[in-house]
Design a protein around this ligand. Structure first.
Ligand code: FES
Length: 321
C-alpha cells in the first residue's frame, strides 16, 4: 500500500458521499448525472464488504452478483459514459503523479479539485469538465489499488468523432425528443420514443412505444447478438430476468430525460432499496429499474456491467459491524 492508498482507505462511503456533494457544484452539467451514476455503479461499501469477507466467493453467491463488478478489471473502461472520459489519459497521468508525490493533508475534495485544475490547464479546457473524471480516478485507485491503476494502459476508448462533440452538443442531443410527424400532437397511444443506451455508439439506440417500460422496449431490439456481448443480456441490450421488480437485474442509470420517465411506484421504490442500488424517495431518480420505468419521451441511459442484491446485507453490516 502506498501512502496515497492509505490516505484513500480512511474514506468510507459517507466521506465519499460528502466529497461528491461538494464536488458537484464544480462539475459541468454534462457530467453531473454521469458522475453520480458512476458512483452508484461502483459502491464503495459493497467493494469493502467483499474485500473484508473471509470468504468472498460465498458472499458473491449470497448477494447474487453477476457480471463485471470489480473496478480493477475495468480501470480504463468503466467511465466511458462521462464526458470527461476524453481526458482520461491526462487525468490518469496527473493522478498517478499526485499519488507518487503524495504528502498533502488537504481534504479529499480539495485534492481532486487541484488535480482537475492541473489537467484542465494542460488540455486547455474548463475545470468543470475534468472534476468528475478526476473523482472517478481517485475512487478507482481506492478500489483497485495504485499498482493496478498504474498498470492500466490509460487509453481513451471512444472514437474521435464522438470525442470531438462539445458538451453543449451532447446536452442538446440528450434533450431532443422524437418528432411525431405532422399532426403528431394528436397522437396519444401511437407515440414512439428513442432510447439511447450508449451515447458513444450511433447504433446503440432502440425505439419504443409511449408508456412502455424501458426493458420491454429493449427486448424488441435484435440488431446484435446481445447474449454474446454480455451473457446477462438474454433479450435485447438491457439484462432482464423477472420483469417484475424481483431480481434486480435490469437496473440502469439515466443520463438524460429522467423527468420523462414515470414516477417511481411503491414496489420499484421498495425493491431498489433492497437491491442496494439507490436509497432515495425522489420520484424520478437517476437510477431506475428498467422493467418498471415507463417512458413518456426520448431518454439516454447507461447499462451497468453487473447486478446483485446487497442492500439488506450492507444495512445489516452497518447496524452490526
Ligand atoms: S427484470 Fe428483474 S427487477 Fe427488472
Amino acid at each position: 500500500m502506498t501512502p496515497f492508498d492509505n490516505f484513500l482507505a480512511k474514506h468510507d462511503e459517507e466521506a465519499w458521499s460528502a466529497t461528491l456533494t461538494t464536488l458537484l457544484r464544480s462539475i459541468h452539467e454534462v457530467d453531473q448525472n454521469a458522475t453520480q451514476i458512476w458512483f452508484a455503479f461502483y459502491p464503495l461499501a459493497l467493494f469493502q464488504a467483499l474485500q473484508q469477507s473471509p470468504d468472498p466467493e460465498t458472499l458473491r453467491q449470497q448477494l447474487l452478483m453477476q457480471g463485471a463488478y470489480y473496478l480493477k478489471d475495468q480501470i480504463d473502461s468503466s467511465h466511458t459514459f462521462l464526458y470527461g472520459h476524453r481526458y482520461w489519459p491526462e487525468v490518469k497521468k496527473a493522478v498517478e503523479q499526485h499519488a507518487r508525490e503524495f504528502g498533502s493533508a488537504a481534504p479529499l475534495a480539495d485534492q481532486i479539485l487541484t488535480v482537475a485544475e492541473q489537467v484542465a490547464r494542460q488540455v486547455k479546457t474548463d475545470k468543470s469538465l475534468t472534476v468528475g473524471i478526476t473523482a472517478v480516478a481517485f475512487m478507482t485507485i481506492q478500489q483497485a489499488g495504485f499498482e493496478a491503476f498504474e498498470n492500466a494502459a490509460g487509453k481513451m476508448l471512444i472514437d474521435a468523432g464522438h470525442a470531438r462533440k462539445s458538451p453543449e452538443q451532447v446536452l442538446r442531443e440528450r434533450a431532443k425528443d422524437d418528432s411525431q410527424g405532422l399532426l403528431g400532437f394528436l397522437r396519444t397511444v401511437n407515440k414512439k420514443w428513442t432510447v439511447t443506451f450508449d451515447e458513444n455508439d450511433d447504433r446503440a439506440t432502440y425505439r419504443m412505444n409511449h408508456v412502455q417500460d424501458l426493458a420491454w422496449g429493449a427486448a424488441d431490439d435484435r440488431s446484435r447478438n446481445w447474449r454474446e456481448i454480455d451473457p446477462r443480456r438474454v433479450e435485447g441490450p438491457i439484462p432482464v430476468e423477472c420483469r417484475s421488480a424481483s431480481c434486480g437485474t435490469c437496473w440502469v442509470g439515466v443520463l438524460g430525460g429522467a423527468e420523462k420517465l414515470s414516477d417511481v411506484a411503491a414496489r420499484e421504490g421498495k425493491k431498489i432499496k433492497e437491491f442496494g442500488y439507490i436509497d432515495t424517495t425522489e420520484p424520478k431518480p437517476l437510477i431506475r429499474l428498467a422493467c418498471q420505468a415507463q417512458t413518456h419521451g426520448a431518454v439516454s441511459i447507461v447499462i451497468p456491467p453487473w447486478n446483485g442484491v446487497f442492500g439488506k446485507y450492507l444495512k445489516g453490516l452497518k447496524n452490526n459491524p
